[in-house]
Every structure is written in structure tokens, then in C-alpha cells.
Design a binder for this molecule. Sequence first.
Ligand SMILES: N=c1c2ncn([C@@H]3O[C@H](COP(=O)(O)OP(=O)(O)OP(=O)(O)O)[C@@H](O)[C@H]3O)c2ncn1[C@@H]1O[C@H](COP(=O)(O)O)[C@@H](O)[C@H]1O
Length: 103
Amino acid sequence: MSDTEPADETADVLDELFATIKQRQEELPEDSYTASLFTHEKGENEVLEKLGEESTELILAAKDDDLEELQYESADFVYHLLVLFAMKGLDVDDLREELESRF
Ligand SMILES: N=c1c2ncn([C@@H]3O[C@H](COP(=O)(O)OP(=O)(O)OP(=O)(O)O)[C@@H](O)[C@H]3O)c2ncn1[C@@H]1O[C@H](COP(=O)(O)O)[C@@H](O)[C@H]1O
């Protein structure tokens, strides 16, 4: 996999993804799945349900030793987690800070 890449690469991807999510939250374009999560009739329950589904899918992939699927479902999970952060007024830096505080 990508264990030779510098840690900053990951940080940049998360920052870029979170900035895109915040932009969708502000502008609510009609053709955006992300925007649809912010306007969903179920409210935040939609993204919470998605997190439940994605975590089940990544657990099943791990149990099957399907690493490609594990990687795919984990990315789905992280994306939905960042949408939840935006909904709650948290920032990706809050996640980074919490992880760093555990070093
Ligand atoms: N990272 C993601 C991302 N990850 C997952 N998803 C969507 O999340 C949904 C996941 O729901 P499901 O698991 O039910 O869908 P599925 O993958 O078809 O089903 P499974 O095979 O997983 O069961 C799909 O519609 C995916 O397209 C994402 N949608 C958007 N992004 C990012 O958000 C940005 C903005 O995209 P828009 O939402 O199109 O504005 C994009 O440029 C991406 O960077």
C-alpha cells in the first residue's frame, strides 16, 4: 500500500475533502450527494445511518480479508464522518488535534 508516502499527503487529502464538504454545505448545489445529506428529510439521521451501514460493510470486508473492499468502505466511512463533523460544527482539525493529543 502507501506506507512510503509522507504523513502530510494524508493531511492534505483530508483538508481538501473537508473544505469541499463545507463548500457543499454552504452552497447546496442540486446535483451534489454531499449537499443532499445536509438537506435530507431525515436530518442528521441519514448520515448516522450511513455511518452504521459503512461500518458494518468495513467490518464484513475485514472479516473476509478483502483488503480492497476494506480500503473502499473505510474511505466511505471517513467521508461520512467528516460530513457529520461539518453538521455538528466540528472541524477536521478537531479530529487531528484529538489524535495528536494521544501521541
Ligand atoms: N468522498 C466522497 C464520497 N464517498 C462516498 N460517497 C457517496 O456516498 C454514497 C455511499 O452510499 P452507499 O454506500 O449507499 O452507496 P454505494 O457505494 O453505491 O453502495 P455500497 O456498494 O457501498 O453498498 C455514494 O453515493 C457515494 O457516491 C461520496 N460522495 C462524495 N465524496 C467527496 O465529496 C466531494 C463532493 O461530491 P458531491 O457530493 O458530488 O458534491 C467529491 O468530490 C468527493 O471528494
